[in-house]
Design a protein around this ligand. Structure first.
Ligand code: FNR
Length: 428
């Protein structure tokens, strides 16, 4: 089990097992502007802090002599059985944390058979990530469990043709579940990014490397970047003739092209794109697998997800990066899972925002989440040690969850419910 693995190592680990240190150690190893983007939250960070603080309000009541010497952490999501109840959340532009970016985190997730959710805003294009993920999955023993799964997260573009193109490519690349993020149609007010005017650069990097959908390229090479492209083409010729002398200018132009493209991309997905519940029909029509809505915080929206035939939701506030002052995601989860209509439905409820320890994972499961997405911690692992760093973080979180389950006297995930929480104190 996860406990044995972590305690059987003869040498101390390269990275700390203390999750609170991953953040500070990542800060020390990366440029501050990159770190600020990852760590940063909306506004004054009230919701980000609330996400973390909420976990301290829910305490467990341990039981003894219950035979929990061996635990089973497995869960079934959309008919597939996985060894543990966690997923790797979609996080964009991972090249700012490590040059191997999503390839490293996808491989780490595959190795541990934790579903990997790829962001639309990835630094690496989806086909490359899918290939790396599939290759890393081959050696994973899947006699008892499903083979490692990859899901695709959609930032839903304005243009339906682009949406359809992305979904086609994701399907062909073997992504099995569609996660549609609904809380980011307008990028949050994030002072840490705004103060350094760093955002265009990040998206420039992300778009240039990863976001290269043919529909998008065609549309924006004509519109925004059109005039730039023609100068670009002429310069290319010039450079061929007089090598070197204008290469600096050429590099500058190339950089500007990236920024142009990135601004086009922001306008396509993060500029108040107008979508309604009825528009989900398009996604249903062109996606064969399960659809999960990410960014749900209210009981009303959970009802609407059920009404519109969605298969799951991720109760998430984007790690406090969108609406500052919004409630802690854990409190939203508590309300949603307590609702009778939701409980009687087949909606698969997942959770993220603020999970930092094994106990946090168990708290969310006890409150009714079927599985939990890991956010910032694995990116700190990526920054600190690439694929190995991500594996380390996931393994620590799983060992912590496993050992805490033992010490709470719970044998399996089904035994984790509200009865193990000291809820009267929360209500009081
Ligand atoms: C994110 N998140 C995110 N979500 C998404 O659906 N698509 C994306 O591209 C991104 N990108 C992204 C970048 C960075 C740097 C962060 C920190 C977060 C949100 C992510 O999936 C998840 O909801 C949060 O990270 C959860 O909050 P915590 O646990 O990190 O606080």
């Amino acid at each position: 089990g996860y406990q044995t693995r972590i305690y059987s190592s003869l040498l101390p680990p390269k990275l700390s097992t203390d999750s609170s240190r991953w953040e500070s150690e990542a800060l020390a190893c990366m440029p501050s502007r990159n770190y600020n983007y990852i760590y940063g939250a909306a506004g004054q960070g009230r919701t980000q802090r609330a996400n973390l603080d909420a976990f301290s309000r829910y305490r467990f009541i341990p039981h003894v002599l219950s035979g929990a010497t061996v635990r089973d952490l497995s869960v079934t999501l959309f008919g597939k059985k996985f060894p543990s109840p966690i997923l790797v959340s979609p996080i964009g532009v991972q090249s700012i944390a490590h040059p191997q970016a999503e390839v490293a985190s996808a491989r780490a997730a595959a190795k541990l058979n934790v579903p990997f959710i790829l962001s639309t805003a990835s630094s690496t294009n989806m086909e490359t990530v899918a290939e790396a993920h599939a290759a890393a999955s081959i050696s994973v023993d899947n006699t008892e469990f499903t083979k490692p799964d990859r899901w695709y997260q959609l930032y839903w573009p304005k243009d339906d043709k682009l949406t359809v193109s992305l979904l086609r490519r994701a399907e062909v690349s073997g992504f099995s579940v569609l996660v549609v993020t609904l809380d980011t149609f307008s990028l949050g007010f994030r002072p840490a990014d705004l103060d350094q005017s760093y955002l265009p650069f990040i998206w420039g990097e992300g778009c240039a490397i990863g976001f290269n959908d043919p529909v998008f390229t065609e549309k924006y090479s004509k519109q925004l970047a059109g005039p730039m492209l023609s100068i670009f083409q002429k310069l290319k010729l010039l450079v061929k003739k007089s090598r070197g002398s204008i290469s600096l200018f050429f590099a500058l132009l190339w950089w500007h092209k990236k920024v142009f493209k990135s601004l086009a991309w922001i306008s396509e997905v993060f500029s108040g794109t107008h979508k309604t519940w009825e528009d989900l029909k398009l996604l249903r029509d062109c996606w064969n697998g399960p659809i999960v809505l990410k960014g749900i915080q209210s009981v009303e929206d959970a009802h609407l997800a059920i009404k519109h035939g969605m298969n799951g939701i991720v109760v998430s506030n984007h790690g406090g990066r969108q609406a500052d002052g919004a409630i802690a995601s854990l409190d939203a989860l508590e309300k949603i899972t307590a609702d009778e209509v939701v409980r009687k439905s087949n909606l698969t409820i997942m959770f993220d925002s603020g999970v930092r320890t094994g106990s946090d994972i168990l708290t969310a499961l006890a409150l009714g989440a079927k599985a939990v997405l890991i956010g910032r911690p694995y990116i700190y692992g990526l920054a600190l040690g690439g694929q190995e760093g991500v594996e380390h973080v996931l393994q620590c979180l799983l060992a912590d969850a496993d050992i805490t389950m033992a010490n709470l006297g719970r044998k399996n995930i089904a035994e984790l419910d509200r009865r193990i929480l000291n809820l009267e104190i929360v209500d009081g």
